[in-house]
Design a protein around this ligand. Sequence first.
Ligand SMILES: [Zn+2]
Length: 257
Amino acid sequence: MVSRDISTPSCALAIGAHPDDVEFGCGATLAKWASKGCKIYHLICTDGSKGSWDPDTDVASLIARRKEEQRRASRALGGSGEVIFLSWPDGELEAGLRQRWQICWWIRKIRPEVILGHDPWKRYRLHPDHRNAGFLFIDATVAARDPLFFPEQNMPPHRPSALLLFEADEPNHIEDVTGFEELKVAALLEHESQLETTMGIPVSNNNGSSSSENTFQDIQKKARDEFVTKIKGELASNGKVIGVRSGESFYLMDNIK
Ligand SMILES: [Zn+2]
């Protein structure tokens, strides 16, 4: 039994481990809400500095590039709120008190009606940052809610009305995102530095000869089409659960007591 479509919040905060996680997890839902006037904020826990297969990558440039890509992706979804970077080293994010303190501070400042983040209880998950970002988002919500946590922040507590956990291990909620498929795809493709590593789309023709250029472009287009088909296929299979064309699935926690 799954629920569907919570009422559009006035303000939502999406918390991801890396630039691009939010777009994969809940991009279409954010685009839908933004189109109805919801103010969308992004908070990204790490600096994305491991997001390349090239051992000679200039890491400082990669970090700067990924921040800019994340800002563009947020705008592509219709996001008008801030894009916040905590900039912890990619791959080394810990679900510790310092990180919880920071996220609690942002929740109390932004005062989002809904917070979205990774499901920390997803089984057999490989990446530690996704797990830890999930625990941080839940733990920071509890801290933000109760006035005796971090009183030195000198900010009133804030209790969101709902949490939506994306990549949910056992989804219990679907958002109908019919009509917002293209915006999700467009936002994902803003993460240009991740096309090859995360989306399987080759970006350079290593061969370099002009005679193979057309072939390379064909390969690139095919890979891009396959990626778009995969994303839309996932949306379609979630949508099917509630009888609509496209959906994003979550674990909904709406009793934040
Ligand atoms: Zn990630």
